[in-house]
Design a protein around this ligand. Sequence first.
Ligand code: HEC
Ligand code: HEC
Ligand code: HEC
Length: 399
Amino acid sequence: MKIYNKFYRQYFLTKMYCYNALYKTLLLAVISVLAACGGGKNNATTTSSQSSSEAPMDMSGGQAYEEADGIVGGQLYSKFWASETGFTLGNSNLDNQGQLDAVTGKSDFFRCKQCHGWDRLGRDGGYSNRAPSTSRPNVADINLALVSEVATPRAIFDSIKGSANSRSVDVDLSNYDPNNNAATGDQMPAYGEILTDEQIWDIVKYLKEEALDTTAIYDIVLENGQYPNRPRSFQNLGVNGSPTSGDAIYTNNCAMCHGVDGTKILVDGESYTVGRHMRYKPYEDQHKVKFGHLGSTMGPILKDSDIDDIQDLFAAMNDVTKYPDEQPAPEPVVDGKTLFTLHCSDCHSGNGVGASTFGDVSNQSAARITSEIGSVPLMQSLSSLTSEEINLIADFLSN
Ligand code: HEC
Ligand code: HEC
Ligand code: HEC
């Protein structure tokens, strides 16, 4: 079992940075040795500190990156052809409708989130147990969240655009089979054939700036085992967020559609309340509350929120009383007429209902009914009625 959380991530990142630094140091050492040997210059005592003389990586990204929209990028990452992203055949690098049909017909082979996960953690994230099938590829075995953090915008852009390793949009995927014909289908598509440079920059911006660091939102617990036979669960929802602030965020941004307790509509195939979904699929919902649930009325609601707000919202979702797993049973319909018909009409008529075997009791008061229940032997069994129910019956009788 492994718990992937912010501490583990920090350890990982440090390791990665060290690798980079070590690699560069070695490279510089080799270069200076070569220079020293080849040039024969007498400068052995003047070598400066190698780490401080390194040229810093260009993290700026340039103008196209600056102008990109990371929220649209997050939507492109989810499903680039969704109407919310502004993607159309005309506004793309695709050549014709046939190619677009091929993409949408094999959607999981083209959605970034299928191969890299909503959390960008690939097989070490929420998709640790999402098995491939003839209609969807294997989840990728790389941690795109870490890559996004350490790589330059330009390097990420180039990776998305395509390389010798990527799959052309024209590849026929109809014979994909995870057991014996997976290699090509599992390859990253060459997005340069599909998306414009602007669209790719939007995605780069998403990856570097707008995507949420899920290790700050919850801990994922990965059981022992190999993808895709590797169960996972989620703990520590919201980490140190404030549930009180989270309640306010929910009330102001979600309750109008989902009801005060998240049970008004059942979501995701009509099987989840909001609370249950947020607890069971936080890796997916952290994306959706910020970038929207494409194809529904739920837009990028929390797009301007910072990670603290998202933590607060998830912290609030720990409360299963406020945000229950189930829709409450519908309130039983209790009205005076129903109660009279059920409990009295065999013996009395009243307000035009029932048989008057023991008289018509129209316009009798609640006090009178109560006292009769206490004194008439045949009415003794009615002592279990509440005063509220007797009031409803009296109201009906007086109409
Ligand atoms: C069919 C599966 C698949 C899809 C869809 C996919 N990828 Fe990938 N991606 C991979 C695999 C596998 C790798 C690692 C091997 C490689 O570099 O080709 C990868 C590598 C990457 C890398 C480079 C990581 C590195 O180590 O430098 C980036 C960046 C990336 N993907 C982003 C994306 C984005 C953004 C999308 C959607 C626009 C996307 N991927 C869609 C499978 C996929
Ligand atoms: C304008 C209305 C609206 C607002 C506001 C809204 N939602 Fe939704 N939400 C929807 C609709 C519609 C769906 C899709 C229901 C379905 O499954 O058919 C949905 C789906 C969801 C889902 C399920 C996602 C999935 O993968 O199926 C979750 C979780 C959710 N909303 C949480 C929230 C939270 C939390 C907020 C506030 C931050 C919020 N919603 C705000 C309308 C809204
Ligand atoms: C099993 C038969 C039975 C049922 C059921 C019953 N009652 Fe009665 N009720 C009686 C009898 C017997 C009397 C006494 C009649 C009499 O003295 O003439 C009585 C008397 C009353 C009286 C006094 C009538 C009067 O004119 O003084 C009221 C009021 C009354 N019942 C209301 C109710 C109401 C309301 C219910 C249902 C919650 C109810 N009863 C259910 C048998 C029943």
